[in-house]
Ligand binder design. Structure first.
Ligand SMILES: O=C(O)c1ccccc1N[C@@H]1O[C@H](COP(=O)(O)O)[C@@H](O)[C@H]1O
Length: 191
């Protein structure tokens, strides 16, 4: 089984699709871009999403205080760093007992974060060269251009602990129930 995070939850429709398909994590993007939402909206959506599903806040080069406030508000359980953040900032978040997903670029490098993530872009649907990703003992999250068509090959090539999808499971900018069902089933399938 591979854990699966669905990112870029923006609307009640998206929250409903999450509840009906049961991924392992749901993500809210606080950074600029087409998936960005405000903290108030994240809090409303958190209340709509199944309480058993942890939520992740995606930040790009944000201040520590903003991220701690988002966790303290109850909107998110994890912080995902998706910019050029330092290991010092990862440590500061962990000192606040906040688990961290650290997006380190297109190639794996060591981090003290709970998860190391590789991605080709920022929710743009760009795909990585999977066969170039080095194996790691860290908990690895694979993101970038994953969709129902390429997911199985991505998992078989990279063997990530978690996969992270956003634009590849959307239709007209909203999460698509059929696509989500397909990717959650694929991820949770025993290999
Ligand atoms: O989705 C965004 O708008 C975004 C903005 C800034 C930083 C990260 C962002 N998204 C992250 O990128 C992955 C992969 O997205 P995709 O599947 O390639 O569309 C997404 O899951 C978020 O973690």
């Amino acid at each position: 089984m591979t854990q699966i995070k669905i990112c870029g939850i923006r609307t009640s429709h998206d929250a409903d699709v999450v509840n009906q398909t049961q991924p392992d994590f749901a993500g809210f993007v606080f950074a600029a871009g087409k998936h960005q939402i405000e903290l108030a909206q994240a809090k409303r959506l958190r209340a709509e999403i199944d309480a058993q599903i942890p939520t992740v806040g995606v930040f790009v080069d944000a201040q520590l205080a903003e991220m701690v406030m988002a966790v303290d508000s109850g909107a998110i359980n994890f912080v995902q760093l998706h910019g050029h953040e330092s290991e010092g900032l990862v440590k500061q978040l962990q000192d606040h007992r906040i688990p961290v997903i650290n997006m380190v670029g297109k190639q794996v490098r060591p981090t003290i974060a709970e998860y190391v993530m590789v991605d080709a872009g920022k929710g743009s649907g760009q795909q990585l060269n999977w066969s170039a990703i080095r194996p790691t003992n860290q908990s690895l999250v694979l993101a970038g251009g994953l969709n129902p068509t390429n997911l199985e090959q991505a998992i078989q090539t990279v063997h990530p602990d978690m996969i992270d999808l956003s634009s590849g499971v959307e239709t007209d900018g909203e999460k698509d129930m059929v696509k989500l069902r397909e990717v959650v089933t694929l991820a949770h399938k025993r290999s």
